[in-house]
Design a protein around this ligand. Structure first.
Ligand code: ATP
Ligand code: MG
Length: 396
C-alpha cells in the first residue's frame, strides 16, 4: 500500500485530504508543521508528500528542498493558494513533482497524485536500470581486462613454446647431421687403423717410425672417441629405464668428482629440502645431466668457489637448482649455451649442455639458465614426476 504524508496546518484540509486518499486505498499519515513533517518522512519513508506551501515555522519551500535533498525517493506535490502561479514555478524548480491549487476537487487531487506516483515508479525503475547497467558495464570492463591478461599470458606461453619447438627442430636436424657424419667418418677411420696395423710389423726394426705409427693410432683413437661422443649426443643410446632417485644420482656424481672438487677447492653445499620419489629413467642419462653441469661449474671455479645444489619437489615436479660462484654466463649467451658446438673454451666441444637439454626434454622436463645478483651461473631444472607419454625428441 502506498503511503502518503499530508502536511497542512489546517485541520479541515488534513481531514478532507486523508479521507479522499484513504477512500482510494492509500495509507494517509499527517503532520501540521514542517518539523514534524520531516520527522515523519525520516521515520515512515512515504512515497509521496502532499505539502502545503504556507506553513507556520519552517516554510513549505524549505521543507520541500530538504525532502528532495535528503530523501530523493519521496516525491512531493505542493498545495498552494489561488493566484500563486509564480510561486508554483519556483516550487517545480525546487523539485516538486506537481502543484495543486486550493481549494481542490477530490477527483483532481486523486488524478494528480495518481500520475505523480506513476511517474515516480517509472523514474525509480529507470534509476534502478541505470544502476544495473553501470554495474554490468563495470563487470564487462573487468572481464575484458581479465581476458586481455589471459590473452597476453597465452601469447607469452605460445611464443615460448615456439622458441622451444624451433630449438628442438634445430637440435633434431643437427642431430641427424652429426649422427650421419660421425657414422660416415668412422668407417674410413676404421680402414686407416687397419692399414696402420698392417704396416706395423714391417717397421719393427725401426723404433722411431714404429712410434710414429703408435702415435697415429692414438690420434685415431681420440678421433674415434670424439665421434662416439658425438653419436651419443645426437642419438639416444639403448634406453634402459629403472627406478632412479635423483638425489642419489647427484651424490654419486659428486663422489666421482671428489678429487676434482678438492683440487680446485670447490665447496659443495647440498640442500636437499625434500627427497623426491624415484622416477623411471635411465640412470646413465640422469648422471649425464649432473656430471655435465658440475664439470662446467668446476671449470669456472678453478681457484675455488661454492657449488650449490638445491632439490625440492611437489606432487608433479622435481625442482633442482645448480648454482656456482664462477664467472657466470652473460645474458646474451643464455639461448646459445644449449646449442651443440657452442663453447667459449679453448678445448671445449660445446656438447655438454646440448646433451643435458636433450635428456631433460626427453623426460618431459625443462631446463633454464637464470641470472642472479651475485656472480656465478644458476641452472634450474624441472623434471616431472609423472611422465606424459612422450619419449625422446630424437626417438630411440
Ligand atoms: N657453470 C657455468 N658457468 C659459466 N659458463 C658456463 C657454465 N656452464 C656452461 N657455460 C658456458 O656454456 C658453454 C657451453 O657449455 P657446454 O657444456 O655445452 O660446452 P663446453 O663445456 O664448452 O664443452 P664440453 O662440455 O663439450 O666439454 C661453455 O663453453 C660456457 O661458455
Ligand atoms: Mg661442458
Amino acid at each position: 500500500m502506498e503511503k502518503i504524508l499530508v502536511v497542512d496546518d489546517e485541520k479541515m484540509i488534513l481531514d478532507l485530504a486523508s479521507l479522499v486518499l484513504e477512500s482510494r486505498g492509500y495509507q494517509a499519515i499527517r503532520a501540521r508543521d514542517g518539523e514534524s513533517a520531516l520527522n515523519l518522512v525520516e521515520k515512515e519513508s512515504p512515497q509521496l508528500v502532499l505539502l502545503d506551501y504556507m506553513l507556520p515555522g519552517m516554510d513549505g519551500m524549505r521543507v520541500l528542498r530538504t525532502i528532495r535533498e535528503k530523501y530523493p525517493k519521496t516525491y512531493v506535490v505542493m498545495l498552494t493558494g489561488k493566484g500563486s502561479e509564480e510561486i508554483a514555478v519556483e516550487l517545480m524548480k525546487a523539485g516538486a513533482s506537481d502543484y495543486i491549487l486550493k481549494p481542490f476537487k477530490s477527483r483532481d487531487l486523486l488524478e494528480r497524485i495518481g500520475n505523480v506516483l506513476k511517474i515516480r515508479r517509472i523514474e525509480l525503475n529507470n534509476q534502478e536500470l541505470r544502476r544495473e547497467k553501470e554495474r554490468l558495464l563495470k563487470e564487462i570492463e573487468k572481464w575484458n581486462l581479465e581476458l586481455e591478461k589471459r590473452i597476453e599470458e597465452k601469447t607469452r606461453d605460445l611464443e615460448k613454446a615456439q622458441r622451444e619447438i624451433f630449438q628442438a627442430e634445430k637440435m633434431a636436424a643437427l642431430g641427424h647431421l652429426i649422427a650421419g657424419m660421425a657414422h660416415e667418418i668412422r668407417n674410413p677411420l676404421n680402414s686407416v687403423t687397419l692399414f696402420v696395423q698392417v704396416l706395423k710389423p714391417s717397421l719393427e726394426d725401426k723404433p722411431e717410425e714404429s712410434e710414429i705409427l703408435d702415435r697415429i693410432l692414438q690420434e685415431i683413437d681420440r678421433i674415434d672417441s670424439i665421434l662416439i661422443r658425438l653419436l651419443a649426443t645426437s642419438k639416444r643410446s639403448q634406453f634402459s629405464p629403472e627406478k632412479v632417485l635423483v638425489t642419489e644420482v647427484i651424490n654419486l656424481v659428486l663422489k666421482s668428482l671428489d678429487d676434482n672438487l678438492r683440487t680446485h677447492r670447490v665447496e659443495v653445499k647440498k640442500d636437499f629440502q625434500t627427497i623426491p620419489p624415484a622416477i623411471l629413467a635411465d640412470p646413465t642419462e640422469i648422471e649425464q645431466i649432473f656430471s655435465n653441469l658440475f664439470v662446467n661449474s668446476i671449470f669456472e671455479m678453478q681457484k675455488g668457489g661454492k657449488l650449490e645444489i638445491r632439490v625440492t619437489h611437489d606432487a608433479n615436479m622435481i625442482d633442482i637448482l645448480v648454482a656456482d660462484t664462477g664467472k657466470g654466463i652473460p645474458p646474451e649467451n643464455f639461448t646459445k649455451i644449449f646449442d651443440p658446438f657452442f663453447t667459449t673454451k679453448e678445448k671445449g666441444t660445446g656438447f655438454g649442455l646440448s646433451v643435458v637439454l636433450r635428456i631433460v626434454k626427453s623426460y618431459g622436463g625443462h631446463i633454464s639458465v637464470e641470472s642472479r645478483d651475485e656472480p656465478g651461473a644458476v641452472f634450474h631444472i624441472e623434471i616431472p614426476l609423472k611422465k606424459e607419454g612422450e619419449e625422446s625428441l630424437f626417438g630411440s
